[in-house]
Design a protein around this ligand. Structure first.
Ligand SMILES: [Ca+2]
Length: 379
C-alpha cells in the first residue's frame, strides 16, 4: 500500500524467528492526559536528550531527530528507555532504502506499468485465490459492499496473493526513513511510533516483522497507522493478523474501502470518447470526480459505451492513460477515487480495476466449465 510500484519490495514469506526481546506488551498505556500535562509533556520532550550506555549498531544516538522521537515514545506513549535501547541498538542503517524511495518517484507510462500487473499469471493467481477463499470473500462483499474481485485484485497487485510481502525489517526501514530521509521524516516518525504501539497491541516482536522498504506489512501491505486504524479481526480470534489469517486479510481490505466511502453496487470506471480539443478547456483533472457527465458532454467527452447506467448527473473524473501511440480516456467514478485511497495513483487504481475485471471473467468461465463437466458426467 502507498508504494507506487511494488516491483522492488519482493520478499519470501514472513518468518517468525525468535529473537531475544522482552515484548513491548509489558508497558500498559495508562495515560489519561489532561490538556495541562500534555503541554508539560511537549516541553519536557524538547528538553529530552538521548543518553544511553548501550552501544548502537547505527548512528542514531547522535541524531537529534532520534532523541526527539525517543522522548515522545517515552513521555507520550509510555515506552521505557531500556526497551527502546534493546530494539533500536540492534538495527542497521539502510541507505539502500533511500535510493529505492527516490527511484520510486519516477512514474512509468501506463503501457509499461500495466504489463507488470495485467498478465495471465496474475489473473490465474487471482482465480485460484478466489476459489480457495470464496466463502470469506462472499462474507466480506456482503458486509462491506465491496466486490470480491476488487478485494482479490488488491491482494494480487500488492503482494501477488501473499507471495511477496517484503523482506525488509520494518523497524529498520521505518527508522531509516524517519531519521535519514528529511523530505518525509515527519510522516515516517509518526509511522514508526504507530509501529511500536501496533507491536505492543498485537504482541508482535518488532524486530521480527518484515515488510516493504516503505514499511507496508502483510498480505494487503498496510502501513502501521492503517494497520491500527483499518484492519479488523474478521475471524474473531482476538488478533488482527494480516500476515497469516485469510479472514483478517480479506475483511480488512473490505473494511478499508468501506471506511473510505465505497458505494455498494456502483460503477467504478468506464471508457470515454473524446472529440476535438475542446476537452482541454475542462478544469485541471483530479482523482476526485469533479464534473457531471452532462458537463463533460458539453466539452465533447462522452461514455464510449452508452448505457442507462450513466445518468447525466453522475460525477466523474477524466483520466488519461498513455498508450504507446495514443492516449486512452476514461471516466473514473466515485468508487475509482476510493481505490486511489489505497494508493494515490491513477495507474494503481486502473490496474486494480482492470485486473479485477479479468479475474472475474476468468472465474466465471471456470465455473461454467466445471458445471458443464459435472452435467456431462451426470448423463
Ligand atoms: Ca483474527
Amino acid at each position: 500500500m502507498r508504494s507506487k510500484i511494488i516491483t522492488i519490495s519482493l520478499g519470501k514469506k514472513l518468518l517468525f524467528i525468535a529473537i531475544v526481546l522482552a515484548g513491548l506488551s509489558s508497558c500498559v498505556n495508562n495515560s489519561v492526559a489532561t490538556k495541562n500535562n500534555s503541554q508539560a509533556i511537549t516541553k519536557s520532550n524538547q528538553a529530552f536528550k538521548y543518553e544511553s550506555q548501550v552501544k548502537y549498531k547505527n548512528n542514531y544516538q547522535k541524531n537529534p531527530l532520534f532523541a526527539q522521537f525517543i522522548g515522545t515514545a517515552i513521555k507520550k506513549y509510555k515506552f521505557n528507555q531500556a526497551e527502546l535501547d534493546a530494539l533500536f541498538s540492534q538495527i542497521k542503517n539502510r541507505p539502500d532504502i533511500i535510493k529505492l524511495m527516490n527511484r520510486q518517484a519516477e512514474d512509468r507510462p501506463w503501457y509499461k506499468y500495466k504489463t507488470y500487473f495485467l498478465n495471465q499469471k496474475r489473473v490465474r493467481g487471482g482465480v485460484r485465490f478466489w476459489r480457495k477463499n470464496a466463502k470469506l470473500l462472499a462474507q466480506a462483499q456482503e458486509k462491506f459492499g465491496v466486490p470480491a474481485e476488487i478485494i482479490v485484485a488488491i491482494i494480487g497487485v500488492e503482494t501477488r496473493y501473499g507471495q511477496h510481502m517484503g523482506r525488509s525489517r520494518v523497524l529498520e526501514s521505518l527508522s531509516t526513513l524517519a531519521f535519514d530521509y528529511p523530505r518525509r521524516a515527519k510522516f515516517f516518525q509518526s509511522e514508526l511510533h504507530h509501529f511500536l504501539i501496533l507491536s505492543r497491541e498485537q504482541k508482535f516482536k518488532p524486530l521480527d516483522i518484515k515488510g516493504s522498504f516503505a514499511g507496508a506489512m502483510g498480505v494487503p501491505q498496510f502501513i502501521p497507522s492503517s494497520y491500527r486504524r483499518y484492519s479488523i479481526d474478521f475471524n474473531g480470534d482476538g488478533k488482527k493478523d494480516l500476515f497469516n489469517s485469510k479472514a483478517d486479510i480479506i475483511g480488512s481490505v473490505g473494511n478499508y474501502f468501506h471506511t473510505f466511502g465505497w458505494r455498494r453496487g456502483q460503477a467504478i470506471a468506464t471508457r470515454a470518447r473524446v472529440r476535438g480539443k475542446k476537452f482541454k478547456k475542462l478544469p485541471t483533472p483530479k482523482l476526485k470526480p469533479y464534473a457531471t457527465l452532462k458537463k463533460f458532454k458539453a466539452f465533447n467527452v462522452k461514455p464510449r459505451y452508452p448505457s442507462s447506467r450513466w445518468a447525466s448527473t453522475r460525477k466523474a473524473a477524466l483520466l488519461t492513460l498513455k498508450q504507446r501511440r495514443y492516449s486512452e480516456y476514461w471516466f473514473g467514478f466515485h468508487n475509482f477515487y476510493v481505490i486511489t485511497r489505497y494508493n494515490h495513483s491513477t495507474h494503481y487504481a486502473m490496474a486494480v480495476f482492470q485486473l479485477s475485471k479479468r479475474i472475474k471473467r476468468a472465474r466465471n468461465k471456470q465455473i461454467k466449465r466445471a458445471r458443464a463437466k459435472s452435467k456431462s458426467r451426470a448423463k
